[in-house]
Design a protein. Structure first.
Lengths: 427, 113
């Protein structure tokens, strides 16, 4: 058969933005989110709120808007983003798509589960692993950052099982460091399970890890009820807040994309399968524009179905925005939204319930299925994801914040081989 | 087998994938492991080669190595048939040469230890 190397679509020269500028912009947003807390609450209220947040067991779903206040929650989010950016800078890691996704994911989940107290032992565990492997910490920074999904493991053991406070904290930290130590090896291994079609690979890894820990805890008679603590009534304020935030993303991206939107169509052609770093492949500017657009669309979806813009939901939106630099775009995300929406029409869940909305927002972990195989398969993936995600939380007892990543791993692992077989594609 | 050798196999796997996708009937491979670096070379005879495409491929492969992505995602390389995969190869290598001479296309990639 004739072989021919064809010229691909010619990419316009990508405008490369220096690392210090990218770091500055990400730090600017982290500081802005932190300081914006003072618009909502007084410093005293934020201090009290932070105290309440730090001692929460934080298992899924604990909305810090509700257990503390909006100001303290935003302060917590900004603070954790600043710490993450600082660690990345200290380790000389490039501010590329995966790192931007990781930082915004940490910021998002700091609205409902991650605290300075419960992420540190995960970082330490990964650090010890890097020393044992005699490798630089920078090589494991992504498992360390995404691995903070297991924060509730630390907080629940520390504050949720009724141990005396110091013993509980010590035990919580031992659990967190142990989990962090094993995460990098497990994450590298589990990525094969779904072939990169589940963007929240650590979510799947942490789901398995959390399930393992929870099984042992239950064996010792330690168990807990899952919780659903969510706030309501903040839609008007938070719509404006998020609207301004994401419009500013588009404005910054526009500036760094040579005052234009060129390259966006090319970005939309990526299937989004792991590893698709839009910052490296398409440029920082257009990645920021994509992130802003995804943020606006996600916010609009929540508002249109009369959902509540509370901590977990905004966390979901932040995560989608983060992955706007690392695999997600409107073409591969919207079919998932449609699939989830259809599922809520036929299933028992209300379309605007927090669970269903979290399923829709975080269900976009399966965006690569739509990107690679077509929108109709994305709709099917979204439909099945909705059913799956409502059933797997029990396994890890809410200890894994990325429950949708856990569910998405199973959905991708089942659907992808079937789709490939039906389409007679090779993998 | 060391982890470095496993990664070399993944990279070669991906290069073979690339050649097979171009329907080349004969493919030749060479792997050299030296003290300070390893090199992988693959060659074949495509019927048509557009110089622009080769330049772009060389540029793609010569993107900076990314240790933080390599460690986490290297298991995906060579496992999925996707146009994005050559971008992933660049995560694991330090430099690459693409040469087209007398109808023979040779890709050589280098990975420092």
């Amino acid at each position: 058969m004739a072989s021919r190397i064809k010229a691909e679509e010619k990419p316009k020269d990508i405008h490369v933005v220096p690392e210090n500028i990218k770091y500055f912009i990400m730090t600017f947003y982290a500081v802005t989110i932190l300081l914006s807390g003072f618009v909502f609450n007084t410093p005293a209220e934020i201090f009290q709120g932070m105290q309440a947040i730090l001692v929460q067991p934080s298992i899924l779903v604990t909305d810090y808007f509700e257990v503390a206040n909006i100001g303290a929650t935003l302060f917590n989010s900004g603070l954790l983003m600043i710490v993450s950016i600082g660690i990345a800078k200290w380790n000389d890691v490039n501010m590329n798509g995966p790192l931007m996704a990781a930082v915004l994911t940490i910021g998002g989940f700091a609205l409902f589960g991650k605290t300075l107290y419960n992420i540190l032992p995960i970082f330490v565990g990964v650090f010890i692993y890097s020393r044992v492997q005699k490798e630089a910490y920078s090589k494991f920074i992504l498992p360390a950052f995404f691995g903070t999904a297991l924060g509730p493991l630390v907080s629940q053991v520390s504050f949720g099982y009724g141990f005396p406070i110091y013993q509980g904290m010590l035990l919580g930290y031992v659990m967190g460091i142990t989990a962090g130590f094993f995460l990098p090896a497990l994450a590298t291994h589990f990525v094969k399970f779904h072939q990169g079609f589940n963007l929240y690979n650590i979510g799947f890894t942490c789901g398995i890890t959390g399930m393992f820990f929870m099984a042992v805890f239950r064996g010792f008679g330690l168990d807990h009820q899952t919780v659903l603590i969510v706030s309501s009534g903040n839609n008007l304020t938070m719509s404006f807040y998020l609207g301004f935030l994401f419009l500013s993303f588009i404005a910054v991206g526009f500036y760094y994309n040579r005052l234009g939107f060129s390259g966006y169509r090319r970005l939309l052609k990526h299937p989004g399968q792991l590893v698709t770093d839009f910052v490296t492949l398409n440029g920082f500017g257009i990645a920021m524009i994509n992130m802003g657009i995804l943020g606006l669309i996600s916010t609009l979806y929540v508002v249109m179905v009369n959902g509540e813009l509370n901590g977990p939901i905004i966390g979901g939106i932040f995560t989608i925005v983060g992955f706007g630099a690392f695999g997600k775009h409107t073409r591969n995300v919207l079919p998932i939204f449609v699939g989830i929406y259809l599922a809520t029409l036929f299933n028992i869940w209300d379309v605007n319930s927090t669970g269903a909305l979290l399923g829709a927002l975080f269900g976009t972990t399966l965006a690569p299925i739509a990107g690679r195989f077509g929108w109709q398969y994305g709709v099917i993936a979204g439909f099945f994801h909705m059913a799956m995600v409502m059933n797997v939380g029990f396994l890890h007892g809410g200890m894994n914040l990325y429950n949708n990543g856990f569910s998405g791993g199973f959905v991708a692992a089942v659907l992808v081989p079937i789709i490939i077989a039906l389409k007679k594609e090779e993998i | 087998m060391t982890e470095v050798q496993k990664k070399l196999i993944r990279v070669m796997n991906e290069l073979v994938h690339y050649y097979f996708n171009l329907h080349m009937d004969e493919v030749f491979m060479e792997i050299k492991q030296e003290e300070d670096r390893s090199s992988l070379a693959i060659s074949g005879y495509p019927s048509v080669c557009e110089p622009d495409a080769l330049k772009r491929l060389e540029k793609k492969l010569n993107k900076p190595r990314q240790p933080e992505l390599e460690e986490y995602y290297w298991n995906l390389i060579g496992s999925v048939d996707s146009s994005e995969q050559m971008n992933m190869v660049s995560m694991l290598i330090d430099s690459a040469e693409v040469e087209y001479k007398q109808g023979k296309l040779t890709i050589t990639v280098y990975r420092n230890h």
